[in-house]
Design a protein around this ligand. Structure first.
Ligand code: SF4
Ligand code: MG
Length: 326
């Protein structure tokens, strides 16, 4: 069966003064209708770049240097700017960390929503307003009729993010790509927004790519997890399996650093060191300077993703290939 979205061997480079650097390397994954997938990793792992590449929104000096993105069976690379815009506006919506990146501060919420609908759908203004109201109800904005005339600054951060989600829903997209949608919000509001996204995926049959550095958030709402490190996928599997039995040393470190994995009174466990910079990638496995299991081969050869658990999981680590660390 064809998947809704297929990413094959995606590669993104940046042209810097010092030469070209590879930001995304050989990234492949798929997304099915209504499925919720989390792209996880520390900042600099290439999660957002992957999200932008899917909708062909990589800006200079970045460019897609290889691979394929198939959406509903069509290669996005081969489409005209017009056709890509159409997919981006209608079938795939994106939500960002800062709601003000999406909202126009000088227009009322009602105006922004109806204008968006009128730009994408052949409906009357009255019909557009009815759609806007319906979507505000879907994201549980209280008394939405009264709030249509209000401006973004009149809403709290959590409410603004709900409005952004309502705007993302206006065209009934098949996929929402949410890039750190709750990072700027406090913890209780974060949980509410995550519950809302989860609920909408089910009720609207929408697929979700949730991009976040927070494995805790991803484990609450996704069906599958893709862990990225230094521009590559290092582990992939069903969320419950990855959380209960992480295979890659990097994922193991992320799980150990979750607050719920910490024992009371102990200092927070964190992976020592930092993600390497694009201009200074270590040879071989890019995680090797931080890995406790490092072996000589790790410093020479990039580990390939290997299938584990009869193909239900993937991980890229020489120790796993040798059957050493499972
Ligand atoms: Fe660690 Fe080597 Fe596995 Fe990389 S390949 S994660 S350095 S054991
Ligand atoms: Mg990011």
């Amino acid at each position: 069966m064809d998947h809704l979205l297929e990413i094959h061997n995606l590669e993104v480079k940046f042209r810097l003064r010092s030469g070209e650097v590879t930001a995304i390397n050989d990234v492949s994954f798929f997304l099915d209708q209504g499925e919720r997938v989390g792209l996880v990793g520390e900042s600099g792992a290439g999660k957002s770049v992957t999200g932008f590449a899917i909708i062909k929104l990589i800006s200079k000096p970045g460019f897609i240097s290889g691979g394929k993105v198939l959406f509903e069976g069509r290669d996005i690379a081969g489409l005209s700017i017009e056709e890509v815009r159409n997919i981006r506006g209608n079938r795939i919506s994106m939500i960002f960390q800062d709601p003000m990146m999406t909202l126009n501060p000088v227009l009322s919420i009602g105006t922004q929503m109806t204008e968006t609908i009128l730009a994408h759908k052949n409906v009357s203004r009255a019909e557009a307003q009815a759609i806007a109201l319906d979507k505000l109800k879907k994201v549980h904005i209280p008394s939405p009729e009264k709030r249509l005339d209000q401006y973004p600054h009149e809403f709290s951060g959590g409410m603004r993010q709900r409005i952004v989600i309502a705007i993302a829903l206006l065209t009934d997209p098949a996929v929402i790509i949410a890039d750190e949608p709750t990072t700027a919000l406090d913890v209780t509001i974060q949980a509410e927004i995550m519950d809302l996204l989860s609920e909408l995926c089910e009720s609207e049959k929408m697929a979700l790519i949730l991009i976040t550095h927070d494995l805790g958030v991803v484990s609450q709402v996704t069906d599958r997890i893709i862990v990225m490190y230094a521009g590559r996928i290092v582990e992939q599997g069903l969320t419950r399996d990855v959380v209960s039995n992480p295979r890659h040393p990097y994922t193991q470190g992320l799980i150990a650093a979750l607050p719920e994995s910490q024992q009371r009174g102990k200092t927070l466990c964190q992976i020592p060191g930092n993600m390497p910079s694009l201009t200074d990638m270590p040879q071989g496995c890019s995680f090797h300077p931080r890995c406790e299991l490092v072996m000589p081969i790790c410093k020479e050869k990039v580990p390939e993703l290997i299938e584990l658990d009869n193909g239900n999981a993937l991980a890229a680590c020489h120790a796993l290939a040798k059957g050493g660390a499972s």
